[in-house]
Design a protein around this ligand. Structure first.
Ligand SMILES: [Zn+2]
Ligand SMILES: [Zn+2]
Length: 360
C-alpha cells in the first residue's frame, strides 16, 4: 500500500492547504518537462494529490488505505449491489478535482497530447441517508429520491431542436478548438482551448431549445436504489457514479455521494464493531444465578447468567454478538450491569439482608 502522506511529505492531519502546497512544490520539482524531472515521481505525486485533495477520497483512503474501487476491492465486496440499473457504482472515486484538471490539461499539452473538452460535466450531489443501528446490523435496501438537475425533457438534453439541425461553427471552422498561448506554474505552453462559441462541438444549432435555453438541463428529481451492506459504519460514503446533476448538453453527469448516518440506539451503544448495553440486575439474579432475558440487536431473545464470582464492576463479554464486520465475522457484545437498589428497605428486608451478610 502506498503511503500518500509520505509521498507528499505531509502529516496525516495536514490541512487542505498544506497538501496543496506540498503538491505544487513536488509537481514543480518532478515535472517531466523540467530539467532533472522524473515522470514516475511526478505521477506518484499526482496520484497522491488526487486522493488527498479530495475530501471523500481522503476519508476512504484514511479508512481503507485505498480508493481504487476496482472489482473486489470495495469494502462492500464485489457484486453485492443489486438494483443500480445503469449506474456504474464504485466506492470512493468521484469526479475530478477542479484545480487538478487544469494542471493536467497543461501537462497533457506539454506531452503533445490533447484532451478535447465538450460541455460542462454535471455537478456532484451529496446527500445524507439516516439509517437505524438495526439496519446497519442487518443491511438494508433504500430508495433515495432527491432533487437535482436532469436532462431537459423537451430536447432530450441536447439543448437544441433536432429537426432544425446544426451548422458548422464559424468561430473555429468546425474544429471545436482554438489555439492560444498560456502560462502555468510549469512554464509557458501553447494551448489548445475549447472554442467558446460552440463549446467544443464544432457545431452551432440552428434553433436553440427554448425550454432550457440551450443548456440541455432542467430542474427535476431522481431516484436511486441502493443496498447498504450490513456492518456499515457511521459517516461511510457510498458513491453512485453518474447519478449526480445532469451534464450540460448531454455531457457526463456528476456523481452522487450518499453519506450514511447511523442514528443513536436507545439500548445499544456502538463502539467500532462492538456493542455495549446496560442491564439492571436484581439481588437474586446476582447471587442465585437466575437467568436474565434480553433482546439482541437482531431481535433474538437470549438468556444470560452472570458466572459465579463475576465482578459486576466489569463488563460481561459475549463473543460474536456485536456488529457484523465488513471484512467478515462479528464484534462482541458487552453488558454493563447495574445493581437494582431498593429505594427504601422494609424492616423485614433489612433483617433478611443482615442474616445474609452473616452467611457470606
Ligand atoms: Zn466553435
Ligand atoms: Zn431543452
Amino acid at each position: 500500500m502506498k503511503d500518500f502522506y509520505k509521498i507528499l511529505g505531509v502529516a496525516k492531519n495536514a490541512t487542505e492547504d498544506d497538501i496543496k502546497k506540498a503538491y505544487r512544490k513536488l509537481a514543480h520539482q518532478f515535472h517531466p518537462d523540467k530539467q532533472g524531472g522524473n515522470e514516475a515521481k511526478f505521477k506518484e505525486v499526482s496520484e497522491a494529490y488526487q486522493v488527498l485533495s479530495n475530501k471523500e477520497k481522503r476519508i476512504m483512503y484514511d479508512r481503507f488505505g485505498r480508493v481504487d474501487g476496482a472489482p473486489g476491492s470495495s469494502p462492500f465486496g464485489a457484486g453485492g449491489w443489486p438494483g443500480f440499473g445503469d449506474f456504474n457504482v464504485e466506492f470512493g472515486f468521484g469526479g475530478e478535482p477542479g484545480d487538478f484538471n487544469d494542471v493536467f490539461d497543461a501537462f497533457f499539452e506539454g506531452l503533445g497530447m490533447r484532451r478535447r473538452k465538450t460541455y460542462q460535466r454535471g455537478g456532484d450531489v451529496e446527500i445524507i441517508q439516516e439509517i437505524t443501528l438495526e439496519e446497519a446490523f442487518s443491511g438494508v435496501k433504500k430508495v433515495i429520491k432527491y432533487d437535482t438537475s436532469v436532462n431537459c425533457r423537451h430536447c432530450e438534453g441536447i439543448g437544441y431542436d433536432k429537426k432544425a439541425g446544426v451548422a458548422v461553427c464559424s468561430a473555429c471552422g468546425g474544429q471545436g478548438e482554438i489555439r492560444e498561448s498560456r502560462r502555468t506554474f510549469f512554464g509557458a505552453f501553447s494551448q489548445v482551448k475549447v472554442c467558446p462559441d460552440c463549446l467544443g462541438s464544432g457545431e452551432k444549432p440552428n434553433k436553440t431549445c427554448s425550454y432550457c435555453s440551450g443548456s440541455g438541463r432542467e430542474t427535476g428529481s431522481r431516484q436511486v436504489e441502493i443496498f447498504i451492506k450490513s456492518g456499515i459504519d457511521d459517516r461511510q460514503v457510498i458513491t453512485v457514479k453518474g447519478a449526480g446533476e445532469a451534464g450540460g448538453r448531454n455531457s457526463q453527469p456528476g456523481d452522487l455521494y450518499i453519506v450514511i448516518k447511523v442514528k443513536p440506539h436507545p439500548v445499544f451503544e456502538r463502539r467500532g464493531p462492538d456493542l455495549l448495553m446496560k442491564q439492571s440486575i436484581g439481588i437474586a439474579e446476582t447471587f442465585l444465578g437466575k437467568k436474565i432475558k434480553l433482546n439482541t440487536l437482531n431481535g433474538k431473545l437470549i438468556e444470560i447468567e452472570a458466572p459465579a464470582g463475576f465482578n459486576f464492576k466489569e463488563k460481561l463479554r459475549f463473543g460474536g454478538l456485536g456488529m457484523p464486520k465488513l471484512e467478515g465475522g462479528h464484534g462482541d457484545l458487552y453488558i454493563d450491569f447495574e445493581l437494582r437498589q431498593p429505594k427504601k428497605l422494609s424492616p423485614k428486608a433489612k433483617k433478611l439482608l443482615e442474616e445474609l451478610d452473616k452467611e457470606i
